[in-house]
Design a protein around this ligand. Sequence first.
Ligand code: FAD
Length: 590
Amino acid sequence: SASNIVVLYWHRTDLRLHDSPALHAALALKPSVFIPVWTWDPHYVYRARVGPNRWRFLLECQSDLSKSYTKLNPKQKLWLVREAPQTVLPKLWKKWGITHLVFEKDTDPYARERDEAIVRLAEEAGVEVVVRMGRTLFDPDELVSKNGGKPTMSMTQTEKAAEKINRGQPDRPLETPKGVPDPWGKDKMNLSDLEHEIADPTPDLNADHRGSKDKQYSQIMGPNNDFGVPTMEEIGIDPALATTPHRGGESVALKMLADHIANEEYIGTFEKPKTSPAAFEPQATTLLSPYLHFGSLSIRKYWWDVQDVMTKRRKAKQPNTFVPVNLPGQLLFRDMYFAAQAAVGDPFARVHGNKIVRFIDWHLQSKPPRPAEKDEDAMEDDEEALPERDYEIDSPEAEEWFQRWKTGRTGFPWIDALMRQLRSEGWIHHLGRHSVACFLTRGGCYISWERGAEVFEELLIDHETSANAGNWMWLSCTAFFAQFYRCYSPIAFGKKWDPNGDFIRRYVPELAKFDKKFIYEPWKAPIADQKKWGCRVTNDDSAAGGQSYPKPMFDFDKRRQICLDSMKNAYDVGLHGNDEQVLDGSWRKL
Ligand code: FAD
């Protein structure tokens, strides 16, 4: 007895089949026709900063999911539709006679706005919408409400709020579906009669690494009219630019998780501050963050698999570490930032209008956004444009420092190794992120955390707006954390973890032959040794007569003192991102 239920399942933050509350709800409707889609949203394509590594990781997650669907039902796959959801979904539900639209809840500011519009359109069209949470341990909105409606600004607050939800326990994972219904037949699935609309994608923040925009999404079903996963070429990226060794997909994620879980000693004694930022192949932490980002790993499964190991160890009287340094604590950190962002909304990832962020008079500072024009046409234009922040500089060196930080040419090998690992692989250890973020902001360059967060947004394969902006505020001591007198040394910190400098040798190969005595401070090595080790420390490449590595771009001890004094002063002035003087620029007169 076939139902008349036709479900459009909209994948976004959930590129998985296991433990998906939304997918579970969709299948519980017992549809006669089931169509799982991904819509290539121009917002993601053009306005989010996405480097080649994350592009490829996403495509791999999609391919893997598509194959898993086909395994469940040979007629199925992930149907990739190239157009903005706001314009394409109404066309799809008309063409395919959709009765129900189902998706996972997303509390990111852009997603909320988009989804509200979609829900309105669906209601107008008589399509029922089903939304389920599944991206975090707890619903961020619920955490906020249990935190008195306020942003969660500490782990203590987050733990207390979680305690009020279900004694701090997320729901147990749901079963993976053993089958899915068919889509429509070939003829009805065909969309070639639909008009294809592409919003004008200017400005294209990804133009740097992507070719001509005209080339893209020329057909709603893709170049082969088969709703296939795009190739790197289709989205205009040279595949050679995607150098990360990390592979995307639910199958990879589940295998990685299972391998970690099998190592019960590792799970039970995991203490984040004791894991080394200099470890590579393998890295010291789980590297599951990119899978959580794309939803190819369920965070609840991760949490419960860890919890079950810890319970077993407890029963066997083996020690476990505690929140927040253990793995459940790490996962709760992620929820803390999600909930903080859910409460603050759109200004969370920037300074202006953000009530939780301290205002600092950085050398390189974002300008207040241009006031929106009153006239309606102009307002629309404004919505289309604006993503690129304007910056102003009060120090001639700051822009150069920023560029050198970004490209791994600061002359501090520890920082450069990390920034080069970030660029080539898309992932660096948490304490490595601490090092480079502190160095760019309050512990060296005195450049706004927004600038750094943009670079991370482009380069990280695990980029998550809430975690990225939240951690950048933390490290720059502008929110969440305030001990600005505690600063990471670009020399001593790395040396403590890796006295031999193996991490530097790997990612800054020109220094590979340096004696460990000089590897963190190569500018101190005698010229004769530099020659012997095949690399001159100089800013004048032509004089090097071969390999060279730059001199440090400043005297770190001097810069640290300047930063400390400036931070103290800014804290005394005590402005926040939503204060008048910040919004109108008059802070300069204070
Ligand atoms: P593990 O140590 O194995 O931890 C397990 C999981 O816990 C992670 O996968 C992650 O989901 C979560 N987690 C751990 N620490 C944090 C944290 N501080 N904040 C949020 N979640 C955490 N993480 C992102 O997922 N996306 C980002 O864009 C991001 N940007 C960051 C920017 C800066 C400046 C800093 C200092 C940290 C950032 N982090 C971000 C947090 C953290 O560095 C990564 O989550 C972690 O290094 C991922 O590696 P892992 O999976 O091996 O972590």
